[in-house]
Write a protein that binds this ligand. Structure first.
Ligand code: FAD
Length: 289
């Protein structure tokens, strides 16, 4: 199918993009990698009057290591995250997850800003943003604002972003020393959206977990953290009984849908299995015995 007709505006600065969005009074969409937007246009799920192409705005593609965080420009492509030595060193769970996002051709075009703004409930990057307590910087007509990932994802394909706002970059806090990570995903075919995926970090000190994070995707309207399971792990050493309890809490934290690909019961079972594997990997990588 072909998209409905639209006007095409190329923005050469963040200010110009925001001005074009304001002028369109809600009738425009930002075009980044186009890997989610263009299929939606072709299926006539969206009919924007104007596309504002942000690909020629300089300064939106970067991976910058700072003292306490890693800042990533909104137009940074998935494949750049997948192959970045900075990401591999400081945010290895994010690097590992990227290989599961679609196929190389799509990862060459798709952007971190686009994936977060699209807010697909089975996407990997929103889950990683939640796991790693990311902060998004957003350009708005009145200036810039920041929003924590935990407040950004509102529902399926719904995020805290006005029609005249643009994500410019995302900051991921560095993890403390002694932090191990895990990432597990099941999809029907490699590159498909996840039936369920789990990403974890465990910070281990003196043989006990001092901080636990568990994030999940594909099993709810938005990516989610498993707060109860995280809390029960803190202060403990990971053993099989504790792991089983954490898996139970993870399953209790999600409300998956039944669709063509899997039943809700299967997804709930699966997310527990994946959480168990991801926690065991994080414990081992963090130096737990
Ligand atoms: C066959 C196929 C398989 C895929 N599989 C996966 C998968 O397994 N996992 C996964 O996570 N994704 C998958 N994707 C989606 C892919 O990751 C997209 O690249 C991503 O979701 C959107 O990024 P984009 O840069 O292409 O955004 P676009 O398609 O250009 O835009 C998406 C939406 O975000 C808005 N937007 C874009 N950039 C910004 C910004 N900076 N600020 C504000 N709003 C913005 C747009 O207006 C639009 O509404 C798949 C896509 C395809 C076609």
């Amino acid at each position: 199918m072909k998209p409905p007709a639209f006007e095409y505006v190329v923005a050469d600065s963040v200010e110009a993009a925001v001005a074009a969005l304001v002028a369109a009074s809600g009738e425009a969409k930002i075009l980044a990698g186009g890997q989610s937007l263009v299929p939606m246009l072709n299926f006539r799920l969206l009919r924007p009057a104007i596309l504002v192409d942000i690909n020629r705005i300089p300064g939106l593609i970067f991976i910058e290591e700072r003292e306490t965080d890693i800042r990533i420009g909104a137009l940074t492509r998935h494949h750049q995250l997948e192959t970045s030595p900075v990401i591999a060193k400081s945010l290895p769970a994010l690097g590992a997850a990227m290989a599961h996002v679609a196929h190389l051709a799509i990862r060459n075009r798709g952007t971190i800003g686009g994936s977060l703004s699209h807010g697909d409930p089975a996407a990997e990057l929103p889950m990683l943003a939640l796991l790693l307590d990311a902060t998004l910087t957003i350009a708005a007509p009145s200036g810039t604002r920041t929003v924590a990932a935990k407040n950004f994802f509102l529902g399926a394909l719904s995020v805290d972003l006005g029609a005249d706002e643009l994500v410019t970059d995302v900051a991921f806090s560095k993890l403390p020393a002694g932090t191990g990570w895990g990432f597990e995903e099941v999809a029907r075919r490699h590159g498909d959206f996840a039936l369920a995926a789990v990403a974890t970090t465990l910070t281990v000190s003196d043989g006990r977990i001092s901080e636990a994070r568990i994030a999940m995707t594909g099993v709810d309207e938005t990516p989610k953290r498993a707060g109860d399971a995280e809390a029960m792990l803190v202060g403990q050493a990971l053993d099989p009984r504790l792991l089983e309890r954490a898996i139970g809490a993870v399953r209790g934290a999600v409300t998956p849908n039944t669709d063509l690909h899997a039943s809700a019961d299967y997804r709930r079972h699966l997310v527990g299995v994946l959480a168990g594997r991801a926690l065991a990997a994080a414990w081992q990588r963090g130096g737990g015995t």
